[in-house]
Design a protein around this ligand. Structure first.
Ligand code: FAD
Length: 514
């Protein structure tokens, strides 16, 4: 069943008038019947619960649900979705899985609908399987940091990460899950062996590359549109104990990107490669990722007042008995790079400390009341062939400084996926991770969104094939332009697995059937 013209019209009206909340009137019949469902967990209708479920990390969207489900089992999720599917054909009731609520634009919210608190599902114990192809089975609501701690007990760990681990498995697998390991292992969605999913019809389906493969590929990076991930089987590898964490600075963008590209294509290379852009910034150390404490703390000589600097960040994993080999390999690699010589800094930390590095910054920011502010982030994927055009216009021209937050920039190799990515062998992930603590001026939401729009408008006009990561659009035309040739497949899968458009309404792609 294809979404009808009427459905699309409703979708446009809702977005044209912005506040979806006012347009959604919860279906009282269906809501009243929720309490009668036989559940292991429970529903909460209290103002405290629904208000909390209307918030996210972005702090830019606020859509209150009518009810919050705390599932005690996978059956609870299936029962609830099936109930809405069967009873809600003529209502507006929708269902959003909420991982850790670290969405940026209300993607984990459901205006007037049901939010499922996936973290309540962490009841089942994680199962680590060692052997030739080790893996862990974990709940979709499990935090990656918990996965790390549990697998580490067996000397194992997942291969691919995000920079921040206080996110859930279901939340990152619905997007992609990218970080400095992506060039080597692909994103997190490329390291999944099996999923258990509750579809928009309320069916519980196990899928893998061999079994129900269409649903498997649809759900990975599927923006929560095709089902709720209740369990994931994630590939593991032996975990190192230690990490040498290195940063070097460049003033020349060409040398910086050529070195990054050389490193991601080399056979023997670093285990993690990222980079960031520093524009006209006093106090390089004074940023939210300052968990990096080099042995030689002379960063202060490298202030970027009035200029743009580029920082290449790399790590090499090692165990204590391998330190000599590690140093030799690191030196061989560093020898090939063209950074500013005195700008080489390194520190040695445990593997867990390195992977959990952003959390250290979170703790500091929370203490200053700077974590709960608005985050008008913009994440882009820029084809390698356009990265210079992009950089020339954006760094120093549109963006006069990087004081609002870090700007990440690093290349990855193309990966096979159903996620929309640029059509080139290598593309750059560019993240403008701005905080907006003020109500006016350069640190305000308005100012930052304006800069983001200028970047998007420039990229569109220049026709350089940029795609959004964690995409956010408010018209069907823009979603279609985002998906391009993949739109028809996306639509077909939506009709197959969630034909009433019940799931993940906060993504704003489909509107529930009338
Ligand atoms: P939520 O925000 O709760 O949900 C996100 C979307 O997924 C929603 O549409 C929701 O309905 C859906 N969803 C949630 N759980 C499920 C499920 N079990 N099944 C199906 N759908 C589900 N991303 C990266 O790739 N790399 C990074 O390095 C990175 N760093 C980040 C750092 C910070 C500080 C933050 C705040 C975000 C970062 N992100 C990064 C983005 C992050 O991956 C996404 O915002 C992710 O969706 C957040 O996970 P969550 O568990 O909070 O999901």
């Amino acid at each position: 069943m294809k979404p009808s013209v009427l459905q699309y019209l409703k979708f446009f009206l809702l977005f044209a008038f912005g506040e979806v909340t006012t347009a959604h009137v919860p279906d009282q019949d269906v809501l009243a019947s929720l309490n009668k469902l036989p559940l292991d967990g429970h529903f909460s209708f209290s103002d405290v619960s629904t208000t909390a479920a209307a918030q996210d990390f972005g702090n830019l969207s606020n859509f209150k649900p009518a009810a919050v489900l705390h599932p005690g089992s996978v059956d609870d999720i299936a029962t609830t979705v099936r109930h809405v599917f069967l009873r809600g054909e003529h209502s507006l009731l929708t269902v959003a899985a909420r991982g850790h609520g670290h969405s940026l634009r209300g993607q984990c919210q459901a205006a007037g609908g049901i939010v499922i608190k996936m973290e309540s599902l962490r009841t089942a114990r994680m199962q680590v399987h060692s052997g030739a192809s080790p893996y862990v089975d974990a709940s979709g609501g499990e935090l990656w940091i918990k996965v790390l701690h549990e697998t580490f007990k067996y000397g194992l760990a997942p291969k691919s990460w995000t920079d921040y681990l206080h996110l859930t498995i279901g939340g990152t697998l619905s997007n992609a899950g990218v970080s400095g390991q992506t060039f080597q292992h692909g994103p997190q969605i490329s390291n999944v062996m099996e999923l258990e999913i509750v579809t928009g019809r309320g069916d519980i389906i196990t899928c893998s590359p061999e079994q129900n493969s269409d649903l498997f590929h649809a759900a990975l990076g599927g923006l929560g549109q095709f089902g709720i991930i209740t369990r994931a089987r994630i590939a593991l590898e032996p975990a190192p104990n230690m990490v040498r964490w290195i940063r070097v600075l460049y003033s020349d963008f060409t040398s910086f990107t050529e070195d990054q590209e050389m490193l991601i294509s080399a056979e023997r290379t670093f285990d993690y490669i990222e980079g960031f852009v520093i524009i006209n910034r006093t106090g390089i150390l004074n940023n939210w990722r300052s968990s990096f404490n080099p042995h030689d703390p002379v960063w202060s000589q490298f202030e970027s007042d009035g200029r743009v600097l580029f920082c290449l960040e790399m790590t090499k994993n090692y165990n204590p008995e391998e330190v000599d080999n590690m140093e030799q390999e690191v030196n061989n690699l560093l020898y090939q790079l063209r950074y500013i010589p005195p700008s080489l800094f390194h520190t040695d930390v445990t593997y867990i400390q390195f992977l959990d590095r952003v959390h250290s910054s979170e703790v500091k920011l929370r203490a200053k009341g700077m974590w709960e502010v608005s985050h008008p982030w913009l994440n882009l994927m820029v084809p390698k062939s356009s990265i210079h055009t992009f950089a020339r216009e954006v760094f120093g021209k549109i963006l006069k400084d990087s004081n609002n937050g870090p700007i990440l920039l690093y290349p990855v190799n193309k990966f096979r996926t159903s996620v929309v990515i640029p059509d080139e062998e290598v593309f750059y992930l560019v993240g403008f991770l701005s905080s907006a603590p003020s109500s006016s001026g350069p640190y305000s939401v308005e100012h930052t969104l304006n800069l983001n729009n200028q970047i998007i408008e420039f990229s569109d006009k220049a026709g350089i094939g940029v795609k959004q990561y964690l995409p956010n659009y408010n018209t069907e035309q823009k979603w279609k332009a985002h998906f391009e040739a993949r739109w028809e497949t996306f639509l077909r899968r939506k009709n197959a697995y969630d034909p009433l458009a019940i799931l993940a309404p906060g993504q704003g792609i489909f509107q529930k059937a009338l």
